[in-house]
Design a protein around this ligand. Structure first.
Ligand SMILES: Cc1cc2nc3c(=O)[nH]c(=O)nc-3n(C[C@H](O)[C@H](O)[C@H](O)COP(=O)(O)OP(=O)(O)OC[C@H]3O[C@@H](n4cnc5c(N)ncnc54)[C@H](O)[C@@H]3O)c2cc1C
Length: 331
């Protein structure tokens, strides 16, 4: 094996590029855009590397494979923060906290005073929580920029092209990592709409991602440093609409206000919307047909699962090892 072309330079394509370069494969990266930006779903991610928390609603492989992610990103970039994550609920929603605890592992229960020791700016608002100490988070845009720079520095070529992977595959090994845009070929791929906000609120300091449980719209807040926060994210089936709805913004902002009323004075820097690429069971898939491999379906686990997905693509190409997320559907 000498060379491979990767179509799509979001988190999936960049991680596959890194994994192949690390194993001595020449890489050509193709994207319709010159650089990573708001056109890619990866741009809008919260960047939580929280496999145990995800276990609340995700299948077992997400928890297991996601545990590779923090070390992988820390080895490849400087964007990782290892401060754990904190899950809290209002007094009214303590049943949700108990349910979350039953469905997850890797945490310790924390009292109100332990919560305010961990995050003084949450004050005494919460009396119980779960602290997932081994979890991490990263700044997705920084991580993507660093990863892209490193693969280009290590010899990957970049071509800007609105590409048809099937045509590239006629010339050599091609990996389709176009995320939701691959729906033209992956008919069982669906979009799950996510809406998020970037807020500036210098009056609040938080160290780690906070999840606020709520029966209708669970919210998370990821600190980006310097008073900037990512607030997310809705999960709407059917990728309806390209813009955020008033209801989503109201619910996200009122949840932030419940975490700390100082968020009432926050400036809204960005409103982001995109479709997470997902298969029916919300697990990623690798499909192969001759020279063409499609790696997709990262759903809400782009940064969490792309390292494992990339490792499996490299194992398939180099060692002919069948990935555990391979399915028999032709690519
Ligand atoms: C609001 C929100 C919050 C999220 N939070 C998290 C989180 O906290 N943690 C987490 O792990 N995941 C999170 N995700 C999920 C994550 O963002 C996605 O799983 C991930 O970005 C999918 O990556 P991808 O590389 O498959 O697709 P994309 O990032 O969309 O990349 C696809 C690339 O393919 C290119 N492309 C498309 N068509 C063509 C073509 N024909 N030719 C050439 N190039 C093409 C595009 O330009 C793009 O660069 C979140 C998603 C959303 C929307």
């Amino acid at each position: 094996m000498t060379g491979a072309t990767i179509i799509g330079a979001g988190v999936a394509g960049l991680c596959v590029a890194r994994a192949l370069l690390d194993r001595g494969v020449d890489v050509m990266l193709v994207d319709r855009h010159a650089d990573i930006g708001p056109h890619a779903c990866s741009w809008w991610a919260g960047g939580m590397l929280a496999p145990f928390c995800e276990g609340e609603s995700a299948e077992e492989p997400v928890v297991r494979l996601g545990r590779e992610a923090a070390d992988w990103w820390a080895a490849k970039t400087s964007a990782v923060h290892r401060c754990g994550s904190l899950v809290v609920s209002s007094m009214r929603d303590t049943a949700d906290l108990a349910r979350f605890a039953r469905r997850t592992t890797g945490y310790r229960q924390v009292t109100g005073s332990e919560i305010s020791d961990l995050e003084p700016d949450l004050g005494q608002r919460f009396t119980k929580g779960l602290f997932f100490e081994s979890e991490a988070h990263l700044a997705p845009r920084d991580a993507l920029a660093e990863l892209r720079a490193s693969v280009l520095a290590d010899g990957a070529a970049f071509v800007q092209d609105d590409a048809d992977p099937d045509r590239y595959a006629q010339r050599g090994l091609t990996i389709d990592c176009r995320g939701f845009h691959a729906r033209d070929k992956l008919r069982d791929l669906r979009g799950v709409k996510g809406e998020m906000l970037v807020l500036s609120c210098p009056d609040v300091t938080l160290t780690r991602p906070i999840r606020l449980l709520h029966p209708r719209i669970p919210l998370y807040l990821v600190p980006r440093g310097d008073g900037i926060f990512m607030l997310g994210a809705t999960m709407i089936e059917g990728h309806a609409g390209k813009h955020a709805t008033a209801r989503a913004l109201l619910e996200l902002l009122s949840a932030a206000y419940a975490l700390n009323p100082a968020f009432g004075e926050a400036e809204v820097l960005e409103i982001g919307v995109d479709s997470r690429p997902a298969f029916l069971d919300n697990l990623p898939r690798i499909r192969r047909s001759g020279n063409l491999i499609r790696a997709n379906g990262l759903f809400r686990h782009g940064f969490l699962l792309a390292p494992a997905l990339a490792r499996m693509v490299a194992d398939l190409i180099i060692d002919n090892k069948t990935p555990e997320v391979m399915d028999e559907t032709a690519a």
